[in-house]
Every structure is written in structure tokens, then in C-alpha cells.
Design a binder for this molecule. Sequence first.
Ligand SMILES: NC(=O)c1ccc[n+]([C@@H]2O[C@H](COP(=O)([O-])OP(=O)(O)OC[C@H]3O[C@@H](n4cnc5c(N)ncnc54)[C@H](OP(=O)(O)O)[C@@H]3O)[C@@H](O)[C@H]2O)c1
Length: 281
Amino acid sequence: MQSRRIGDVQVSAIGLGGMPMSIEGRPDEDRSIRTIHAALDAGVTLIDTADAYHIGADEVGHNESLIARALASYGGDTSGVLVATKGGHLRPGDGSWTIDGSPDHLRQACEASLKRLGVDAIGLYQHHRPDPRVPYADSIGAIRDLLDAGKIRMAGISNANPEQIRQAQEILGGRLVSVQNQFSPAFRSSEPELELCTELGIAFLPWSPLGGIRAAGELGGAFAHVAERYGVSPQRVCLAWHLAKSPVSIPIPGASRPETITDSTAADTLHLTADDLAELP
Ligand SMILES: NC(=O)c1ccc[n+]([C@@H]2O[C@H](COP(=O)([O-])OP(=O)(O)OC[C@H]3O[C@@H](n4cnc5c(N)ncnc54)[C@H](OP(=O)(O)O)[C@@H]3O)[C@@H](O)[C@H]2O)c1
């Protein structure tokens, strides 16, 4: 698969989003492991996760543990796989998502993620979401301290606006490597962040790149039309569209079945023409 850059690390241009394998509607462990192994077979070297990808309050880090087990049981070499996790969100177990961006929480969350992933340093640690009760500088300051302490190798942010991207870049002393924001054909409001990342050479990881777990199957309209022309899935066209948007764009489609991630990774070889792109809204 073609590669793109996150900081000084080359990763596959299409990553795997782990969330559908750990939240509501998740499959059994066997299918999840097969899904992650199918991604690795296809050349995926970026897996996105978070400590908050779980359901019950007593299973924090479900997705991180799952990914660690899948990597350990894979037959091939996984040394080049970048696992990107996040801290700053919590799930109390009632289906809701809460936020804690306090430096204390981020420090503790990072320690717990290190243990679950079974590594000395986390490849990419992303601040999950700004906490309105905590100054952004304090949250990002905690991420900087983790970087300085060698607990994390690279630092990213998520759900940030352009001002926060610039602020984080300053606090991290120019070491911000990625921004992960919602972006898909159905959700365009992160266009300014994508443009800023392109300008600054920071990786942009569109989340819910297909429109989200519930809507991903409904990609229709122009995407379905172009897909028909090439005899491929509309989802594959959508991911190729993401790749064509910017050289810093690295979509992380979620999957809970081997077939879907295998199909998605083939977007890498689908070259959309200028006419195709003009047709896509
Ligand atoms: N930073 C944040 O705040 C944040 C928020 C949400 C998500 N995320 C990250 O972004 C990742 C992706 O977002 P998402 O999972 O919400 O939504 P998504 O990637 O837009 O959609 C995921 C769904 O798309 C289906 N799918 C994937 N490839 C397909 C294909 N080629 N053909 C048909 N269906 C396909 C999958 O179905 P199957 O389940 O049947 O395989 C999956 O359930 C997440 O997994 C997570 O890592 C981050």
C-alpha cells in the first residue's frame, strides 16, 4: 500500500479505526481479531484506538487490549505498525461519553494505555477532545510533558479547531504531528482544519470518514455513480476521494468485519480522475 507520513513515521495511506469492534453493536472477539488480521494482511500499518472505546464502566480500554492481543497473535511482523490511541474521553457505562482533560487524568490515562498496549512508549498519543472546564493549554501541556518524559513517541490532537491546532503546535514546540477531526462527504465542517494541516504539513486523520457506523452503508449519490463506473464499492470511492483531498489526509475507516477493511484498503489503488473528482460533491 502507498504510504503517508505521521511525524517521522511512514504509515499506510489507509488506516483501521478500531471503534466498531468495542462499542455498542460490537462483534465477538474472534471476528474482531480476524478483522484486525485482515487489515494487517492488506498492509495496514496504522490502527486508531482510544481508551474510551468500550461499553461497560468496568472495561475501560477494551479496544486497546483487543488490538494488543491481535498484534500478538498475528503470524507476521508487526514492528512497523503504529498504534494511535487517545486519552481525555470517558464512558461511565450508561451509554454516554464524558470528558476529562485535566493533566492528572491524562497522565493516569496514558499510564493505563501503556500497560494495556504492552509498550514502553505509545507510538502516537492523541488528546481526544477539548474539555471546556480545563484550559486547553493545561491539557496540551500534559501531553507535552508525556512527550518529554518519553511516555509517548508522538503527539496528536483530536476535535480541535484551527486556533487550537496553532496553540497546540506552539505548546508542543512544533512537535504536533496529527489532527483527527470528523470529516466525510456528509460532514464537511472540518475543511478549515484540513486546509491548515495541509499548509503546516501535519497529518489529518478524518474520523468517521464514511459518515459513521450507522451511515457508512448509505453512501449513495455521486459516490455510488462513480463506484458503478469502476465496479467498486461507494465506500472505496469515498476513501479514494479523501486521499485525493490532500497529501496529509490519512483516513481511518472503522470496521468490524474482515471484508469491509479489505475492501477499504483497496482505495489506495483507485485513482480518481479530475472528472471523477469534479462529479463528487
Ligand atoms: N476522535 C474522535 O473523536 C473519533 C470519533 C469517532 C470515531 N473515531 C475514529 O474514527 C474511526 C472511523 O470512524 P467510524 O468507525 O465512526 O465510522 P466510519 O469509518 O465512517 O464507518 C465505519 C463503518 O463503515 C463500515 N465500512 C467500512 N469500510 C467499508 C466498506 N469498504 N464497505 C462497506 N462498509 C464499510 C464498517 O462496517 P462493518 O462494521 O460492517 O465492518 C463500519 O461499521 C473509528 O473507528 C475511530 O477509530 C474517532
